[in-house]
Design a protein around this ligand. Sequence first.
Ligand code: PEP
Length: 248
Amino acid sequence: MGRRFIVGGNWKMNGDKKSIEEILGFLRQGPLDESVEIIVGVPAIYLDYVNQKLPGNVVAAAQNCYKVPKGAFTGEISPAMILDIGVKWVIIGHSERRNVFGETDELIAEKCAHALESGLSIIACIGEKLEEREAGRTTDVVFAQTKAIADKITDWSRVVLAYEPVWAIGTGKTATPQQAQEVHQQLRSWLSTNVSPQVAEQTRIMYGGSVTGANCKELAQEADIDGFLVGGASLKPEFVNIVNARVC
Ligand code: PEP
């Protein structure tokens, strides 16, 4: 069975009541390719509201969660809380969580494991920094990040990987289709050797990093790019074109 194309929007810490109505407006208007799975990562404070207002073919995701169900962890939200409001997805290990908030591979892996055990589906983000790429360490870094997660989980059926080179996030510098495809193919091969050929074949790997309406079609042609995680452009009507990258 083929891997279903998946496009996620990551609103990050953007949006207010007014601009969220505008985003909901273009999502409702579409048209959105029905064969694509569409997810939007919403700031926690708006998650319940947006979840109730999204059109039926778009689902909401939390942008982060903690590694335990409840307790004295001021400011955090748990997978149990996310599920309690009817949201079924969470983004974990985004580069901003790793690099701005100091989240380690170990913590991200624990969050992934707990989110999956709780019943959420996860978008687990990995990706190398510019200096790591320039030092020829791209695969070392993304394999280590993936291994940390793989060591703590057993069921891959609700896992989507997002390969997001840090140098391409929010910079306007997109990886070329060949650069992205090369890493996606290497990741799939790593999964095949270190997890199982079946998991490698079935696990979707999104690309993220300055994806726009203008560059999405070429990237979407690559065999191992199964979708996109989109930051800045997910706040704009061109997100619809990105969702439709494989059809028009
Ligand atoms: C992201 O936030 O995951 C991202 C890829 O951002 P941008 O599309 O703005 O580069």
